[in-house]
Design a protein around this ligand. Structure first.
Ligand SMILES: N[C@@H](CCC(=O)N[C@@H](CS)C(=O)NCC(=O)O)C(=O)O
Length: 234
């Protein structure tokens, strides 16, 4: 059994994890073919940074998907970005920030703040929390997320503005992917784990949003998700 323990948040609606950062790490591990044990936590708070995912390995606890990947690369020598040039790495880094630091928050808004979506999402995202406690913590958790959205800045915009921001990001990803099989070209690299995890969490879940509607119109994005699923999750 692998001594790499990955703490993640629950899946649902056919997704291995409804946390895109957790799904990113799991996809990355599948791309580089590193075995791991998966522990599904009820909340993200037990990790060293109070967020999921986090890992335990050789007595160390490491939080943050980006730092975890850096650790895995230095400890196990995996490097799916090895074939990329310096300028390709720069583009992949910018694309990562677009997805994780901007598009992500439009997804959070749609799940937590849009009333109809929240009603179905809360029972799935808090599914591992016992039902009576869930009733109590759901509004508190939602208040915390509202604060995060405001702190980020995106929560200060109107719904239409937030959706316009998300749609612009989707358009940029679709245009950059073009007709390539993977984001940076012929082979999968780290950015594919990121793009897949976030796009699938927008496109393949029953959360209504104009951001999702636009993404589903891009056949290359739909095909990209199917490609990653077939290759790494079959
Ligand atoms: N930069 C972190 C972000 C992780 C993150 O935001 N995880 C979310 C779940 S998708 C979380 O744990 N949120 C709980 C919170 O912010 O309180 C990473 O790359 O791992």
């Amino acid at each position: 059994m692998s001594d790499l323990v990955v703490h993640t948040l629950a899946g649902g609606w056919g997704m291995s994890s409804l946390s895109p950062f957790c799904l990113k790490l799991e996809t990355y591990l599948r791309i580089v073919d590193l075995p791991f044990q998966k522990i599904v936590d009820a909340t993200p708070f037990s990790g060293p940074k109070g967020k999921a995912p986090w890992i335990e390995h050789e007595g160390k606890k490491i939080g943050d998907s980006g730092f975890i990947i850096e650790y895995l690369e230095s400890r196990f020598g995996c490097d799916p970005n090895a074939a990329l040039s310096a300028s390709e790495r720069a583009v992949a880094c910018a694309m990562r920030r677009l997805i994780e630091e901007n598009l992500y928050w439009t997804m959070v808004y749609d799940r937590w703040m849009v009333e109809n979506n929240w009603r179905s999402f809360r029972d799935v995202v808090l599914g591992k929390v016992p039902a009576p406690i869930r009733q109590l913590i759901a509004p508190l958790a939602r208040r915390g997320v509202r604060r995060q959205l405001k702190g980020h800045g995106i929560g200060l915009h109107s719904q239409d503005e937030i959706h316009a921001i998300g749609r612009k990001d989707i358009g940029a990803i679709a245009d950059f992917l073009g007709d390539k099989p993977f984001v940076m070209g012929a082979t999968a690299s780290e950015i594919d784990a990121i793009a897949y995890a976030f796009l699938a969490n927008i496109m393949n879940v029953p959360i209504d949003s104009p951001v999702k509607d636009l993404a589903l119109k891009h056949k290359n994005l739909v095909d990209f998700i199917a490609r990653i699923q077939t290759r790494y999750f079959a």
